[in-house]
Write a protein that binds this ligand. Structure first.
Ligand SMILES: Nc1ncnc2c1ncn2[C@@H]1O[C@H](COP(=O)(O)OP(=O)(O)OP(=O)(O)O)[C@@H](O)[C@H]1O
Ligand SMILES: [Mg+2]
Length: 226
């Protein structure tokens, strides 16, 4: 089990994410997907593990700045943190190149944990068949390297427990959904985290309230939403 670094979430999972699992984290904009992924990476760095962040949107400095704003000092682990920026259009052009280059980079630094944040842009560039092939390629690379990974993605507009294209959750071993729950238009919404699936783990399926604070995500695993 690899701890996510979020106490309440680890409790929901009975300890953490099983080693070698690929877990999708889906939610709409601003629900804390990136922050959850950063917790997972920071926990690994503190444990002395080599960690990699594959980013499509942001450069290394802005990732480090984001982490700092929620109380994580990634910079002091910069020797173990490897940020790889991928150009979505380039991956779209050649999955073969990804398949030949990425394992080499992973091998050269001995990556144990990975965060892919976010795969949404890449998902939009493929048609259904291509999208499956792209996700399967990432899966193959991660599984061959024995990496434990979190992949973030946009949720379906109307179904927060489903990814936008409804494919990622089948390719992954686990799915965590971050959702905004509104009692009424006038009330402040509650954020709810739900473990939708986690292969080989007996987990709770009850959505639990969480908050994003100056020290990152806090999941209240003992509390009920309403
Ligand atoms: N210190 C803080 N205190 C309270 N809320 C915060 C704090 N820092 C960030 N947030 C909230 O967290 C949100 C950003 O979280 P994060 O970037 O992890 O979400 P995301 O799901 O990755 O978003 P996106 O879809 O834009 O990638 C902000 O929009 C804000 O609402
Ligand atoms: Mg994000």
């Amino acid at each position: 089990m690899l701890k996510t670094g979020i106490e309440g979430l680890d409790a929901l999972l009975g300890g953490g994410i099983p080693e070698g699992h690929i877990v999708a984290v889906v939610g709409s904009y601003g629900t804390g997907k990136t922050t959850l992924g950063l917790h997972f990476i920071y926990e690994g760095l503190k444990n002395g593990e080599s960690c990699m962040i594959i980013s499509f949107d942001e450069d290394e400095q802005s990732i480090i700045d984001n982490a700092r704003s929620v109380g994580m000092d990634m910079e002091s682990f910069s020797d173990r943190l490897h940020v790889v920026r991928l150009e979505a259009a380039e991956v779209r052009r050649s999955l073969e190149k990804l398949e030949s280059d990425l394992p080499e980079v992973i091998g050269s630094v001995g990556t144990k944990r990975m965060l892919i944040d976010s795969i949404s842009v890449l998902e939009t560039l493929f048609d259904d068949a291509g999208r499956y092939q792209m996700l399967a390629t990432f899966r193959k690379i991660l599984k061959n390297a024995g990496i434990t990974a979190i992949i973030t993605s946009e949720a379906d507009k109307y179904h927060p427990t489903t990814s936008k294209y409804g494919l990622l959750e089948y390719v992954c071993d686990g799915l965590i959904s971050l959702k905004v729950i509104r009692k009424s238009e006038l009330d402040e919404p509650t954020l709810g985290l739900e473990v939708v699936k986690m292969r080989r783990v007996r987990h709770s399926r009850k959505p639990k309230p969480y908050m994003i604070t100056d020290s990152g995500i806090v999941v209240y695993e003992e509390a009920e939403i309403f």
